[in-house]
Design a protein around this ligand. Structure first.
Ligand code: ADP
Ligand code: MG
Length: 704
C-alpha cells in the first residue's frame, strides 16, 4: 500500500524535491518530527543534508601509526582496566598490540555491566578520535565492539558518511532516509539551477553526480581528498553553497539600499569644534575613513559600512566624528558594544569629549533596572542625542525619536540578524538609520567579500604615532616563578602589568574562582606591590572602581579574566602575562595583547603555557611571537581554525557552511562573484530557488 502511494506521487509531482519528507516510504510522523528539528522538511532538504565527515572503517590502523587528531579504527587486547574518580567517575581501559604500543580508552559515562565487560585479555575493535592525553594517546568514548576469540574483522567496503543529526535520530536511520530521497533525484537538467552556459564557463561538474558521490562514496574513493573536502564533487557543492551565500547577502544589501535614510547635510561645525579640542591630530587613515563615512551619510540612502582597524588604531574617534554629523543634522545616534565594560569605556570617552560641547550622552545597558532605566528610556524617546549601551539597546521597548545612525562596535560578536533588528528600530516614516560597524578583528579580504558582501569596507591601516611593538615570548608554566619575579622587577620600575587568567570553562563562576586563586598567589608573592582583581561576576561599580585605581596607578598588577579582552585602555600598562595561553584562539590572544603597547614605553607579553603543547597551539604561539600585525594574524587564524570561529559566529550558526570552507575554497570566490552577478541580473528566479535550496527557512532575513 505505502509503496504504491509513494510511486504514484513521484509520477504526478512536477518537482519531486518539493514533496514533504513524509511522502517517502516508511517515514512516519515521529521521523518527520525528528527531521523537522534538523530543518529538513522536503525531499530536496535531504539531498542537500551533506555529511559532516566520513568514517573510514575500510581498514585497520596499527596502534603504532596513530597520531593525535586522527579518526581511526583499531584492534587491541585489553591490558589493564581502572575505575577511578577524579572530579567525576571515569573508566580507563588500556589496550595494546602486544609489541609495546598502547592506547587508552576513556569513558566518563558508563554503567556497571559495561565496566565489567572489559576484562584483561579480551580483544576489542574500536573507532574514535585519537587525542594526546597526559600519559600518551587516548580515545574518549570510542565506538567499540568485542571481538570473539580468533574472529576475523570484517571491514567496510566504502566510507561511511556521518551526518549532522539530532537526539533520537541515529546515523543509520538518517542515512536510510537520505538514501530514499536520493532515489527521487531528477535528471541533471532538472536539478541544476545554475544556467548551463555559466556552468560550462566555470567548468562545473554535474550536480547530480556530485550529490550521489558525497552521500555514498564508492569503495575506491580517495579518502584523504574526501576527508579534506577537496574532491571535485565536494568542490562543486562548495561552489554552489558559496554562490548562494553571496547572492543572498547581495540581495539583502540591495533591499536595504532601496530604502531611504536621512542625508546629514551640515557643514561639520560640531566636528570641527571637537577636533580643535582633541589633544591629538587624527592619523591620515582616520581622516580618510571619516571622510568615506561622511560621504556615505550625506546621501539619502542607508550607509552600510564596516570599518576595520587593528586594536588601538583609533576607531572610537572615527565613530565620534560620524556621530557628530548625525547630531548636527538633528538625528540621534545609538552606539552598541558587545560587553558592558567596553560600552562603559565608550560612555566615558564620549562624555569626556562631548559634554563640554553640551551634547547629552545617555546610558542604556542590560543590568540597569527600574527607575534609572525608565528615565533613560524616556530621554531617548524624547530625543537624547547619543545613546550608548550593550545589545540591550536592541531590546523591545526602547523607542528612539529620530534615530539616524547606528554604530556597532566589535562586529564579530554580533550577527547579521542583530544588525537588522536595530535597523528596524527605524525612523519616522520610511527612513532607516545609517549603519557603521567597527571591528577590531581584521577580516581577511577573501572572507570579508563573502561574509560581509552586504557591507562596504574601510580600513584604518595605520596606528597613531609613538607606539612601540609588543615583544612577545612563550614560557612554560614550569617557569612560573621566574615570570612572577619579572613582574616584580617591572613594578619596582613603575611599570604596570596585567595577569590574565583564562579557563575554557563556560561558567563565569569558575573563571572568577581561577582569577581569585591567581590573585591570592600574586598578592602573596609580590608583597610590596598592590595587586587588584577584576572579573565578570563583579558589579559594574566595583569593576569601575578597580579599573579607575589601575588607571591612576594605585594598583601595580591587575589580575583579570578575559573581561578585559576588548577595549580597556591604560597606556602605562606595559606588561601582560596570559595564563594557559595555549587554550586561546589567535584572535583572542591578539585582542588581549592589544591592551599593552598603548603608550610610548616598550611593552612585553608573556604567553604562559601548560606543556605538552599540541601542534595547533604551538603554531598559534609561534605566530604571536612573530608578528603584531592583526591582518597576518587573522589570515593565519582563518587557516588554522576556519571562518565560523574567526567571525565568532559559530554559535549563531550563521556562517556554518555545510560544504564550503572559506579558507580552503577561497580560490572559488572570483568565479562565485562573477556567476553571482550574472544570476542576480539575468536569472533572478533561479537565484531565488537556489537560495531557498541552501538556506531555506533562514533565507527569511533576506526579506527582513
Ligand atoms: P580601537 O581602535 O582599538 O578602538 P581606540 O579608539 O580605543 O582604539 O584608541 C586607542 C587609543 O589611541 C586611545 O587612547 C585613543 O585616545 C588614542 N588615539 C586615537 N587616535 C589617536 C591619534 N590620532 N593620535 C594619538 N592617539 C590616538
Ligand atoms: Mg575600541
Amino acid at each position: 500500500m505505502a509503496v504504491s502511494r509513494t510511486e504514484a506521487s513521484t509520477e504526478s509531482a512536477a518537482d519531486p524535491g518539493g514533496l514533504p519528507v513524509g511522502s517517502l516510504g516508511g517515514v512516519g510522523p515521529a521521523l518527520v518530527d525528528a527531521l523537522a528539528r534538523l530543518g529538513l522538511h522536503c525531499v530536496q532538504d535531504l539531498w542537500f543534508h551533506l555529511p559532516l565527515r566520513y568514517e573510514d572503517r575500510t581498514h585497520l590502523m596499527p596502534l603504532g601509526d596513530l597520531r593525535p587528531g586522527m579518526r581511526a579504527q583499531v584492534v587491541g587486547v585489553v591490558e589493564a582496566v581502572e575505575k577511578g574518580f577524579r572530579y567525576r567517575p571515569q573508566l580507563k581501559v588500556a589496550i595494546g598490540d602486544g609489541v609495546m604500543n598502547t592506547l587508552l580508552l576513556r569513558f566518563f559515562h558508563f554503567n556497571r555491566s559495561q565496566a565489567e565487560q572489559f576484562r584483561v585479555g579480551i580483544r576489542l575493535l574500536c573507532y574514535g578520535e585519537v587525542r594526546q592525553g597526559a600519559g600518551g594517546l587516548e580515545m574518549v568514548h570510542p565506538q567499540y565492539r568485542r571481538l570473539d576469540e580468533g574472529a576475523e574483522v570484517t571491514l567496510d567496503e566504502c566510507l561511511t558518511p556521518v551526518y549532522p543529526t539530532t537526539e533520537g535520530l541515529g546515523q543509520k536511520r538518517l542515512a536510510g532516509v537520505v538514501a530514499k530521497a536520493l532515489q527521487r533525484l531528477p535528471a541533471e537538467a532538472e536539478l541544476e539551477l545554475i544556467p548551463p552556459s555559466l556552468c560550462a564557463e566555470c567548468g562545473l561538474t554535474s550536480l547530480r553526480e556530485a550529490l550521489l558521490y558525497v552521500h555514498r562514496p564508492p569503495p575506491d574513493a580517495h579518502v584523504d581528498q574526501l576527508s579534506q573536502g577537496r574532491h571535485p564533487a565536494q568542490q562543486r557543492l562548495a561552489f554552489e553553497e558559496l554562490l548562494t551565500q553571496h547572492m543572498s547577502l547581495k540581495r539583502l544589501r540591495a533591499a536595504v539600499r532601496e530604502r531611504r535614510a536621512p542625508a546629514f547635510g551640515g557643514r561639520g561645525r560640531l566636528r570641527k569644534r571637537w577636533l580643535d579640542a582633541l589633544p591629538f591630530k587624527l592619523t591620515a587613515a582616520q581622516q580618510r575613513v571619516s571622510k568615506e563615512v561622511a560621504v556615505d551619510t550625506s546621501q539619502p540612502r542607508p550607509m552600510l559600512r564596516l570599518v576595520q582597524g587593528d586594536v588601538g588604531s583609533g576607531k572610537t574617534a572615527v565613530a565620534c566624528a560620524a556621530a557628530l554629523s548625525a547630531v548636527e543634522a538633528g538625528y540621534q545616534v545609538a552606539l552598541m558594544a558587545p560587553t558592558e565594560l567596553l560600552a562603559e569605556q565608550h560612555l566615558r570617552n564620549f562624555r569626556h569629549w562631548l559634554e563640554p560641547m553640551d551634547i547629552a550622552v545617555e546610558w542604556l545597558a542590560g543590568k540597569q533596572q527600574g527607575k534609572a532605566r525608565k528615565q533613560a528610556m524616556q530621554r531617548v524617546a524624547d530625543g537624547a542625542s547619543i545613546v550608548i549601551g550593550t545589545h540591550a539597546l536592541m531590546q523591545e521597548g526602547v523607542e528612539f525619536a529620530r534615530l539616524g545612525l547606528v554604530i556597532v562596535d566589535e562586529q564579530h560578536r554580533f550577527g547579521v540578524q542583530q544588525r537588522l533588528a536595530l535597523r528596524d528600530k527605524g525612523l519616522e516614516g520610511e527612513l532607516v538609520p545609517h549603519q557603521l560597524v567597527l571591528t577590531a578583528t581584521p577580516i581577511p579580504r577573501t572572507l570579508a567579500m563573502s561574509a560581509y558582501a552586504d557591507l562596504d569596507i574601510s580600513a584604518i591601516d595605520e596606528l597613531p604615532p609613538g607606539r612601540t611593538p609588543v615583544q612577545t615570548i612563550a614560557i612554560s608554566n614550569a617557569r612560573r616563578e621566574e615570570v612572577v619575579e619579572r613582574i616584580h622587577v617591572a613594578c619596582m620600575e613603575g611599570r604596570q602589568a596585567y595577569w590574565v587568567c583564562t579557563l575554557i570553562e563556560e561558567s563565569e563562576q569558575l573563571r572568577a574562582q581561577a582569577a581569585e586563586a591567581a590573585h591570592a598567589e600574586l598578592t602573596h608573592a609580590l608583597t610590596d606591590c598592590k595587586v587588584g582583581l577584576i572579573h565578570g561576576r563583579m558589579k559594574p561599580k566595583e569593576k569601575q572602581a578597580i579599573m579607575d585605581a589601575f588607571k591612576l596607578g594605585e594598583l601595580s598588577v591587575l589580575v583579570a579574566t578575559t573581561v578585559i579582552e576588548v577595549g580597556v585602555d591604560v597606556p602605562n600598562a606595559s606588561l601582560m602575562v596570559i595564563e594557559n595561553s595555549e587554550r586561546l584562539g589567535l584572535a583572542q590572544l591578539h585582542q588581549l595583547r592589544g591592551r599593552v603597547g598603548r603608550g610610548a614605553v616598550a611593552s612585553n607579553c608573556v604567553l604562559l603555557y601548560q606543556p605538552p603543547l599540541g601542534q595547533l597551539a604551538r603554531e598559534r604561539l609561534q605566530v604571536m611571537r612573530e608578528t603584531n600585525d592583526g591582518f597576518r594574524i587573522a589570515e593565519k587564524d582563518l587557516e588554522l581554525r576556519g571562518p565560523g570561529e574567526v567571525l565568532g559566529t559559530r554559535q549563531t550558526g550563521q556562517l556554518s557552511f555545510r560544504m564550503a570552507d572559506l579558507a580552503r575554497d577561497a580560490h572559488l570566490l572570483p568565479a562565485v562573484q562573477r556567476v553571482g552577478e550574472q544570476m542576480l541580473a539575468h536569472h533572478s528566479e533561479r537565484a531565488g530557488r537556489l537560495i531557498e535550496r541552501w538556506i531555506g527557512g533562514a533565507a527569511r532575513y533576506v526579506n527582513a
